[in-house]
Design a protein around this ligand. Structure first.
Ligand code: SAH
Ligand code: MG
Length: 225
């Protein structure tokens, strides 16, 4: 890693995608459905999506909240991990993307376990928070406006159950900026978010170099230190 070159970085990313990012037919169907509908190809990469499934399987509370639905690719992976008694509320600003997600998730046979809320997350979250109530959510996934992550988390933090997981995508970069591009507003906001999460004494936090950077945090149970 000390002599990480551009070529080695590219090889590493391709290797991760090839070995850890194998897609099954259902996942591929959602990706292709989203692309056919003309949505931007900005869903989490398959290797990060599989991490979502794995993490969702480990949580006790069977309710998840996602911010940033796009075509439902990450939503499908979260629901897969939650299993048949899991449910997901996912929030999407773009009505067209939300419609595509509903179609994709219906086609995958899991429409009854997911509710796609259309609107700006900061407008929708207060209602979702009131509906779900404190400590009821097993997994939160943030993947919408990178400069608003801290504000999303402000609404969602009280909802996260003990032992529940906060997962955030793009904590190292997006197609537009990377974490060493100091001037970008999105980068500044994400850096502040990453540091605030790691400073929260109620959370245990890891930063993973998967896709464009994934933060995983778990709310401690009472007495854990
Ligand atoms: N999680 C998805 C990808 C999400 S891409 C997946 O991996 O499959 C980011 C999405 O967030 C876009 O669809 C965009 O329309 C949505 N978004 C951006 N800002 C938002 C906001 N303020 N409120 C709700 N959704 C927003
Ligand atoms: Mg993302």
């Amino acid at each position: 890693m000390d002599d990480m070159t551009a070529g080695r970085w590219r090889y590493t990313q391709a290797y991760l995608a090839e070995v850890f990012g194998v897609e099954d037919e259902a996942a591929r169907g959602i990706r292709l459905g989203s692309e056919r509908a003309g949505l931007d190809p900005i869903a989490v990469r398959a290797d990060a999506a599989r991490l979502l499934t794995l993490l969702a399987r480990t949580t006790a509370a069977r309710t998840a909240v996602e911010v940033g639905t796009l075509g439902g690719y990450s939503a499908w992976h979260i629901l897969r991990g939650l299993g048949p008694d899991g449910r997901l509320i996912t929030i999407e600003r773009d009505p067209r993307a939300a419609e595509v997600a509903r179609e994709n998730l219906a086609h995958a046979g899991i429409a009854d376990r997911v509710r796609v809320e259309v609107g700006r997350a900061l407008d929708v979250l207060p209602r979702v928070a009131a509906e779900l109530g404190a400590r009821s959510v097993g997994l939160v996934f943030l993947d919408a406006d990178k400069s608003e992550y801290a504000a999303y988390w402000g609404h969602l933090r009280p909802l996260l159950a003990e032992g529940g997981l906060l997962v955030a995508d793009n904590v190292l970069g997006t197609g537009r900026w990377w974490i060493d591009d100091e001037a970008y507003p999105g980068r500044v906001a994400i850096d502040a978010f990453n540091r605030a999460i790691t400073a929260d004494p109620e959370l245990e936090v890891a930063g993973l170099l998967v896709g464009q950077g994934v933060l995983v945090a778990r709310r401690r149970r009472a007495g854990e230190r």
